[in-house]
Design a binder for this molecule. Structure first.
Ligand SMILES: [Cu+2]
Length: 310
């Protein structure tokens, strides 16, 4: 999404499904056992003691809906939102029995509106930039049952919104050389309002993408992608989250740097029946990850996408 523009009066609908699996605990770039997380020297950042439970694994399903419309050849407008379903398994400390429990949340995320401006649109060389805003339409008050209470506000990762108005900026470049396409993309996102209603805001984000695709058949292409993601520390914290409860509720454990490798297949239909329908499948694995504090690492992501333009 956001990697291409449209011609005047063109409309495009898209749906993408992503499943992300997380597990394994990291302290900075080193793996840490669950027991070690709940013992000294690893404690809550406010000095209140060691963590009482620890996240073991997390699964997230993301249903992303998008719409694009080009009022002119130079401008493409875009609207996006996603529906998130998250489930996290946690383990309690040994003194509390070491048993597992699960928390889950679901709901719509933040609505994103943007405009893509075409800079260059030649057969073998295209580039564009995008300006967007993200509105805090999702919830930052997802609650659930935990050993602490029947109605606890869940950790940051279980919430569906940033809670802030954010702006983002994207630059795209695409070169076509025979059956190869080579693309570069830079993305920058920054919260522009102050702390959200619960007293915090997420750090700035910077992402860079380098990808290459090869047209194997007229309808089929394969791609490789290398991504770098950076997210800064969080400022402020949610007072209702007890930092000692879990690393996932400690605002210190936010922000990261990741390198990810993705491989994908794309299918575009040129036949009259269901013409201009596109399907894409991508598998992404982290090759290097480094976190601020103690966080669950990423294991893999699968993205299945469908696009239809007319
Ligand atoms: Cu489009």
């Amino acid at each position: 999404m956001g990697d291409h523009t449209h011609k005047k009066k063109e409309v495009m609908f898209s749906y993408r499904f992503m499943n992300m699996q997380m597990g394994r605990l990291f302290n900075n770039n080193k793996k840490l056992s669950k027991d070690a997380v709940m013992n000294a020297p690893n404690g809550a950042s406010d000095g209140s003691g060691s963590y009482m439970n620890v996240p073991k694994s997390m699964s997230m399903d993301m249903h992303m809906f998008g719409m694009m419309y080009a009022p002119s050849n130079r401008i493409t407008l875009m609207l996006m939102n996603s529906f998130l379903e998250k489930e996290m398994t946690k383990q309690r400390m040994r003194m509390a029995g070491g048993t597992n429990f699960e928390v889950n949340s679901s709901g719509f995320s933040d609505l994103k509106a943007s405009a893509l401006i075409t800079l260059l649109n030649e057969t073998n060389w295209e580039n564009s930039f995008l300006l967007g805003v993200s509105l805090p339409t999702g919830s930052i008050d997802k609650r659930g049952r935990t050993p602490a209470s029947n109605n606890t506000r869940l950790g940051y990762g279980m919430q569906n919104s940033t809670g802030t108005y954010d702006t983002y900026f994207l630059v795209n470049n695409l070169n076509t050389i025979d059956k190869f396409k080579i693309g570069e993309q830079i993305h920058f996102k920054v919260p522009v309002s102050g702390n959200n209603s619960k007293g915090y805001k997420y750090g700035k984000e910077f992402d860079a993408n380098l990808w290459m695709s090869y047209r194997i058949l007229n309808e089929l292409s394969g791609s490789v992608k290398l991504t770098y993601n950076y997210k800064d520390k969080m400022s402020g914290s949610d007072n209702e989250m007890n930092k000692r409860m879990s690393p996932a509720m400690d605002s210190y454990n936010q922000g990261f740097q990741k390198f990810t490798l993705g491989i994908g297949l794309n299918f575009i239909n040129h036949e009259n029946f269901l013409k201009n329908n596109r399907l894409g499948l991508e598998f992404l694995v982290p090759i290097h990850q480094k976190y601020n504090g103690i966080q669950m690492g990423e294991r893999y992501k699968i993205v299945l996408g469908w696009q239809y333009a007319f």
